[in-house]
Write a new protein. Structure first.
Length: 262
């Protein structure tokens, strides 16, 4: 994994990739050059068979990401680096079956919240705050926030946030169903890593199939059709994999499975 990024830092622990937004001077707001770097990171993550789980967080203890760098935009900065995969190279990336955990360490606003919503799990520090405040500045949450939030917490709860731009604290976010777990700032990364380790203990082929089916079946109103395995490439990959054989054999032999991810 490349490590000499200007606006991000990366670290690999076992099968887990940790990515940190490294723009604390602007509360980890993102601009096109940083989106481009994110795109490169997730492209490599997707292609590397040794990487099974991702964690994304922000540098410092104030902000996960304040979203779009409006000052950069207002100054007429170069916007040519914006990737087709969307905000943080993630919000319009719909073919990534590997799970990503957002470790939200403070403010998660606008595009920053949209990054977290595009992740599969959200672990939040107790000072985290979430909002889609774009209407307050004449904008809209165009990086998937308006679509993902209603799907994740229901229409009325989502509209209550989106139509007012109000801030939601970590505990309320957990009650709404946005957040999986709330911990202290000091425990945030260790907790995110524990979740990643729990996922890492499972077959990566099973995890990828589970993620693909869960998301793709959301838009399938016919339950029978949604349960047809032929609709999901990751299920086909699982059924043909070494892991599909290894799991039951390891169980029968009363030992830990040795997953290959293929």
């Amino acid at each position: 994994m490349k490590s000499d990024y200007e606006f991000l830092t990366t670290e690999v622990n076992g099968h887990v990739l940790e990515v940190t937004i490294n723009r604390p001077d602007v509360m980890n707001a993102l601009h096109p050059p940083s989106h481009k770097e994110f795109d490169e990171v997730w492209n490599e993550f997707a292609q590397d068979d040794a990487l099974w789980v991702g964690i994304v967080t922000g540098a410092g203890d104030r902000a996960f990401s304040a979203g779009n760098d409006l000052k950069y935009q207002a100054s007429g900065g170069d916007r040519s680096g914006m990737p087709s995969t969307g905000f943080a190279g993630l919000t319009s990336r719909f073919d990534l079956n590997k799970p990503i955990i957002a470790a939200v360490n403070g403010v998660s606003m606008g595009g920053g919240f949209e990054i977290a919503l595009a992740c599969d799990l959200i672990i939040a520090s107790d000072n985290a705050r979430f909002a889609l405040p774009e209407p307050k500045v004449g904008l809209a949450a165009l990086a998937g926030g308006m679509q993902r939030l209603p799907r994740q917490i229901g229409m009325k709860n989502a509209m209550g946030m989106m139509l007012t731009g109000r801030h939601v604290g970590a505990e309320e976010a957990k009650e709404l169903g946005i957040v999986n777990e709330v911990v202290t700032q000091a425990d945030l990364m260790d907790t995110a890593r524990k979740w990643a380790k729990d996922i890492e203990a499972c077959s990566p082929m099973s995890i990828r199939a589970t993620k693909q089916v869960a998301y793709q079946s959301l838009d399938e109103s016919d339950l029978e059709k949604s349960m047809q395995n032929g609709n999901y490439s990751a299920v086909g990959d699982l059924l043909k994999s070494e892991d599909f054989v290894e799991g039951p054999v390891a169980f029968a032999e009363k030992r830990a499975p040795e997953w290959k991810g293929r």
